[in-house]
Each structure stands twice: as structure tokens, then as C-alpha cells.
Design a protein around this ligand. Structure first.
Ligand SMILES: [Zn+2]
Length: 278
């Protein structure tokens, strides 16, 4: 069934677990992620990111996700990842997204508050939920990058002021996490995460979940992370599956191999994010 971020994050809070947000880049990945979530009997967030949008697939992926989500017994959120503008938020809501992220993290604080407020008004009118972002997430994903020389950790006082000004449904925080695959071990600031979690009533989101070791994921969940984004690892799994069977030269042999790899990876992540509590 299609649902919103608010509902699946309330479930995560109750269970002290996290819900995966897997980026979907084609129809086969949507099929595979829904299959994995059904087999694990666990809610899932299907995220459409900027690369997929640039490739002209916003409405196509939304339609695919809706067809499969409506048939599925598990709660499925259709979510815009890193929404770049209110126009993009509008387009996503018009395509039936149940949730949108507005990424104002590169804007000055007050402009981030303003654009998040506007996105919230638009989303609420459509019965949808909103994720905003504070602090920088390092690395590059789909051409969204941050200058590494800038202070990137989310500031506790900003979280407090932001939540006072606008009550979104989820807040992505920069705690040293990065998009893409990490070079070496990620350097996550758990002290900062803990401080932010203590003062935030809004569920927290960890972007850049690809390649974060299991024990660090579990620690982040124990410190209040309720949504974890995984994009790069899903794409890599799909390509690995195709490559494994490339010698066959057969469309469905390769395609099914790609799907099997995505199902296996998604199940592994869901299992980890349940954190032994579900
Ligand atoms: Zn992200």
C-alpha cells in the first residue's frame, strides 16, 4: 500500500529501527526492492533521485512504483530525493509522490527555513510528507556536491532553531556522512548525532548509507537515525548482476541476474536496519 514518511517513521521510532530509502533507477529495481521488502515484511521508501529525473524518468518511475505499491501488502513511500526547487516538488506531487525532500542545505539558514515551509504547505495540500536537510552531506551524488573545505557538521543550535521555525516530517543531518562509496572508513560524528537527537523531536535521516559498516549503522540507529538512504550500492548490485551473466548474451538471463542481486542486497540492508528489534 502507498503511505507517507510520517507513518513509516512512526513505526521505526516505535521499534527503534530505521527504514531504508532505496533509490530506484529503473523498473527492475522497483520490482526487486518491493520483492525484498515483502519477503522481509518491512516498510520501504522508494526514492527517485536527481539522476533519474535528469534521465526523464520522474513520471515513469512514479507510475511503476504506484502500480506495484498499490498491489503490495507492505507500506511503501514514494519519495523525491534531494528536491532541488519548489517546481520540482510540484512536479513530484503532481505525479503522485507521497513524500518529498526539499534540499535547502546549500542555502543560507533562513532561506532553507523558507523554502522548507513552502514545500511543506505544498506537500500538506497533497497529503504528502516532507524531509528537509541541515548541514552538508559530503561527496557527490547525481551532481550534487559540497565543498569539503567548509564546516559540514550539522549544528545543534541550527536544528533547534529550524524545528522551531518549521516542523517537517524528517530531517537529514550532516554528521560526516558522504554520498557515493567511502574511501576508507566513514568518519561519523556520533557525539554530534547524539546531541542533535536529544533536542530534535523530528526523526533524523542518514544519507550516504552505501558502504557504512554494519556496527556504525547500528550505532546510528541507536542514536535516533530512523531513515537511511542507499543509492550507490543498489546501482552497483544491479550492474554486478548484469555483468555476471554477460556471457549468456540473453536479455532475461542478465536482467534476472541483476534483479536477484538487488533483492539480496536490499534484504541484507533491511535485516541490518531492523536492528534486531523487528
Ligand atoms: Zn542524499
Amino acid at each position: 500500500m502507498l503511505t507517507t514518511l510520517k507513518e513509516v517513521l512512526a513505526f521505526a521510532e516505535e521499534k527503534k529501527a530505521a527504514i531504508p530509502a532505496f533509490n530506484i533507477d529503473n523498473m527492475e529495481i522497483v520490482q526487486s526492492i518491493i520483492k525484498a521488502s515483502e519477503e522481509e515484511n518491512y516498510p520501504v521508501i522508494l526514492a527517485v533521485g536527481q539522476a533519474a529525473i535528469k534521465d526523464g524518468k520522474l513520471a515513469l518511475l512514479a507510475a511503476t512504483a504506484q502500480v506495484l505499491a498499490k498491489k503490495s501488502p507492505i507500506p511503501v513511500v514514494l519519495h523525491l530525493d534531494h528536491g532541488q526547487s519548489l517546481e520540482q516538488v510540484r512536479m513530484a506531487l503532481d505525479c503522485g509522490f507521497t513524500s518529498v525532500m526539499i534540499d535547502g542545505s546549500k542555502l543560507p539558514f533562513h532561506e532553507n527555513v523558507e523554502i522548507s515551509k513552502r514545500a511543506l504547505e505544498m506537500a500538506r495540500a497533497a497529503g504528502a510528507t516532507v524531509e528537509a536537510e541541515l548541514g552538508c552531506i559530503l561527496g557527490v551524488e547525481d551532481d550534487i556536491s559540497h565543498d569539503d573545505s567548509k564546516p559540514f557538521l550539522v549544528r545543534t543550535e541550527d536544528v533547534e532553531a529550524f524545528n522551531r521555525a518549521v516542523t517537517v516530517d524528517a530531517l537529514a543531518v550532516g554528521i560526516g556522512n558522504a554520498h557515493g562509496i567511502y574511501k576508507g572508513l566513514p568518519n561519523l560524528d556520533f557525539d554530534r548525532l547524539s546531541e542533535v537527537n536529544d533536542i530534535s523531536s523530528v526523526p533524523l535521516v542518514l544519507h550516504g548509507g552505501s558502504g557504512i559498516p554494519g556496527d556504525m549503522i547500528q550505532k546510528a540507529i541507536s542514536l535516533g537515525i530512523r531513515k537511511i538512504n542507499v543509492a550507490t550500492e543498489i546501482r552497483l548490485a544491479y550492474v554486478r548482476g548484469l555483468t555476471k551473466e554477460v556471457e549468456s548474451g540473453d536479455f532475461y538471463t542478465m536482467s534476472n541476474s541483476g534483479k536477484a542481486e538487488v533483492v539480496a542486497l536490499a534484504k541484507e540492508k533491511i535485516h541490518l536496519f531492523k536492528n534486531g528489534n523487528v
